[in-house]
Design a protein around this ligand. Sequence first.
Ligand code: ZN
Length: 416
Amino acid sequence: MAASLKGVSLKSWPDIYLPPIGEVNFPVLKLNDSNRGLVEVATGKEFRLYVCGITPYDSTHLGHAATYLAFDLVNRYQRLSNRKVTFVENVTDIDDPLLERAKRDNQEWSVLANSQIELFQSDMSALRIIPPEKFVKVTDSMELIESFIGKLEKNGYLYQVDGDFYFSCADFLSSLPQSLNDSIRIFAERGGDPTREGKKHPLDPLVWSANVIGEPGWQSKYGYGRPGWHVECTAIACEYLDNEGTNPVIDIQGGGSDLIFPHHFMSAQIVKAALGRDFSDNYIHAAMIAFDGEKMSKSKGNLVFVSSLIKQGIDPMVIRWALLSGHFQQDREWNSKLLETAQSEVSLVRSSLARSEVFHAQSLVNDLITAISNNLDTPSALKLLVEWAKASHVNPSSNDAGLVSRAIDSLLGLAL
Ligand code: ZN
């Protein structure tokens, strides 16, 4: 394997302009934190957002899209509130499922990963997701991951089992989000190895695994091998977001609700052990998307891909509208009816925006902002917009169409 690199970030995708909305007030954003409930987030001038990225072998299904869309709304809101946003996202481009898929399809793993990363970038661009400042591949981050593992070692939280290195998490288990037995069960279901002999605690996660013959590896102080998942994210997040030694290091760690445990829990404990500080002020999670009654998942083979919908001729703004029509923290279903409704509502709003006179809109804009500030209440925001569009046909009384167009573009990412 080529020499590992430090501090490299991929080109993400073209930046997105947020049109100004004018003199409006942005209340502090409130989000439902998985540990703390509804809280005001990031009230300071700087806002540091880390969202866990894809493993590039099945991008981008609607579950991914819904998650990145939710954090895009957070990003937009914080920018419009005049906060300096730094947004970092990783790409887990070396992982067991990626290697398994490459083997199944008789493809070089890195070729598969790169092609899926490209697809992800074009899907994100089509959906008008603001790109991260740093979009970072794990395979470009081996040196900084190695050096982060060194901090765990220095502080006495690293041990070895037959050439593999584990993080000793026993000191940090008082805040487990469920019982120990349930934690062990979920840990095993999500790739952990609780029964491995020689481990100090069943929940200790791998931070560096020795190379398996035939698999890719990287040279490191911990031998030839590759890093574990949790330490990758913490190393990348701390490298690019920990500028000032603040506590906590970042404002939000985000991802899908399947990352609550063990991934985000372990990320928090690893940072505490390595730096002696809290990792993130908030842990925000987006719910799952089902398809025709079943959870969308790789194992069920019922994934719906953004790129296939676009290829079928569906307007990405209709996909965006359809995903926003449900609340980001409500497990919900994707089906053809949802898409049809989104199509007709988008057409209705477009036809109103094209009129020379529309219903007055200053209070609409304020109400949209209030809805988004309240834990990203997009279902209410879209309802308000539909009501306004209907009223514009019945009672046109102002030339506010441009204002609405700019507001929904900036706030909701809907360029209609
Ligand atoms: Zn992560």
